[in-house]
Write a protein that binds this ligand. Structure first.
Ligand SMILES: C[S@@+](CC[C@H](N)C(=O)[O-])C[C@H]1O[C@@H](n2cnc3c(N)ncnc32)[C@H](O)[C@@H]1O
Ligand code: SF4
Ligand code: SF4
Length: 409
């Protein structure tokens, strides 16, 4: 008993010591992610219906979807899952990768105006043939850089991702081995991802650093179980693989009628266009009461537990409200006006720029960085129309209520 109390205190102490070392090593990263000043300033202004004046606001954060292609077919994924919309893309488009020199031109325009953070996603970003060169280029501008990856290709890049100074890596894991492999539809996925994480954490120790911050992102959906999340924690504990387990307590999903309302809204402002992206997330979670209650209880237990990593849940709401994330789509968590169209553009593998970083339909592209300077797009007429449309709806669109962009970084 005394030994276990002692070992718990020792493991807690080493957890906090690791965190302190990480903060001391990279304070700017923690300040940006935790204080969120860039975001709150715009949110407050928008809440007062005081729309930022043209040419006074610039992106603080950039989201790059550098590839469409992916080596997995995860069941819940809006891109490549059961309702995934990337299946409709032809081969030439699926082979596109965002070119470095074109991204660099965007960075050159934005860095002097306060760009700080670049989030890199796909598809699977580590399939990009020049992914490490991309990280190096972004770091050379002093930017904070974080890829989100399924981790299956991490092992081969373990040394480079530490040496090039990445600030954080988010690795998606959907439960213990059986559950993860079932959700990710590949019997080899879990082991490869864990090998990747192990290789990076070993390299990090070799370099005597706590950067990049290693985060596992777990998304609770109808395809996995809260029990598999508990097992994942047990499997991870004691291996010194990660710093944080981030639990997405509610998935992104959209009831059909909300998607159709969005179609009608877009038609009013942009004319008739074929939108498919929301369809990738069409789901109805109203039957998920039991799963939602178990998820809430599991998160409560895990947060009170003693692991050699931090357990964190998003969105940050009281846990008794987690079931509402599934049962009541109308509930918007009291979210304010979405600031993303004022602060965080998304650029996809084709070079198209989007004001919403969850739903990216070519028909709603604001312009293309292969054809126009980024800032002409950012302050262009289509972006202005989109921002006005959002304000006219009170700051959220019919498909916004389960978007995770407002709650995570
Ligand atoms: C679309 S993936 C792209 C990056 C990379 N391929 C990966 O899996 O991490 C980005 C993140 O979205 C998560 N995700 C996929 N479908 C989701 C859904 N329906 N709701 C919430 N998150 C989802 C994935 O688990 C992953 O953490
Ligand atoms: S690995 Fe990522 S992009 Fe690929 S199918 Fe899974 S969630 Fe989607
Ligand atoms: S879905 Fe809505 S809340 Fe999310 S980024 Fe787009 S506009 Fe903002």
């Amino acid at each position: 008993m005394a030994t276990s109390l002692y070992s718990r205190i020792a493991s807690r102490a080493s957890l906090y010591a690791g965190l302190l070392q990480g903060v001391a090593e990279n304070p700017r990263y923690y300040r940006f992610v935790m204080r969120r000043g860039w975001y709150d300033k715009i949110v407050k202004q928008l809440a007062k219906h005081d729309l930022p004046v043209h040419k006074t606001f610039y992106p603080a954060k950039l989201d790059l979807r550098i590839m469409y292609a992916c080596n997995l077919r995860c069941k819940m994924c809006g891109q490549w899952g059961e309702n995934g919309t990337y299946f409709e893309y032809g081969t030439p488009r699926l082979q596109r990768t965002l070119e470095l020199k074109t991204i660099e031109r965007v960075v050159e325009q934005l860095a002097p105006h306060g760009l700080q953070y670049v989030d890199i996603e796909g598809g699977e970003p580590f399939l990009h043939p020049h992914v490490i060169d991309l990280f190096r280029m972004l770091k050379s501008y002093g930017l904070l850089v974080k890829p989100v990856t399924n981790g299956t290709l991490l092992k081969q890049y373990a040394k480079e991702v530490v040496d090039c100074g990445l600030d954080a890596i988010h690795v998606s894991v959907d439960g213990d081995r059986d559950s993860h492999n079932m959700v990710r539809q590949a019997t080899w996925a879990y082991d490869r991802t864990m090998e990747g994480l192990s290789a990076v954490s070993t390299e990090r120790r070799r370099a005597g650093r706590r950067t990049p911050l290693l985060v596992i992102c777990f998304t609770m959906t109808r395809h996995n179980t809260a029990a598999s999340l508990r097992k994942l924690c047990q499997e991870l504990h004691g291996k010194r693989l990660i710093d944080v387990l981030s639990i997405k307590a509610g998935p992104i999903w959209i009831p059909q009628h909300k998607g159709e309302a969005y179609d009608r809204l877009i038609e009013r402002y942009f004319g008739r266009c074929a939108l498919t992206s929301w369809r990738g997330f069409t789901e109805d979670y109203r039957d998920f009461h039991e799963g939602a209650r178990e998820a809430a209880q599991t998160i409560r237990d895990l947060k009170a537990g003693h692991y050699d990593f931090f357990v964190h849940a998003v969105p940050s709401i009281p846990l008794e409200e987690v079931p509402k994330l599934y049962g009541d789509y109308e509930w918007n968590l009291g979210r304010p006006h979405c600031p993303i169209p004022y602060a965080e553009p998304t650029i996809d593998a084709d070079g198209n720029v989007y004001p919403c970083n969850l739903f990216t339909d070519e028909a709603l592209s604001m312009g293309n960085i292969y054809e126009q300077p980024f800032l002409d797009i950012w302050f262009g007429k289509r972006y202005t129309t989109f921002r006005q449309m959002l304000a006219d709806q009170g700051g959220l669109l019919p498909i916004c209520n389960r978007c995770c962009q407002l709650t995570e970084h």
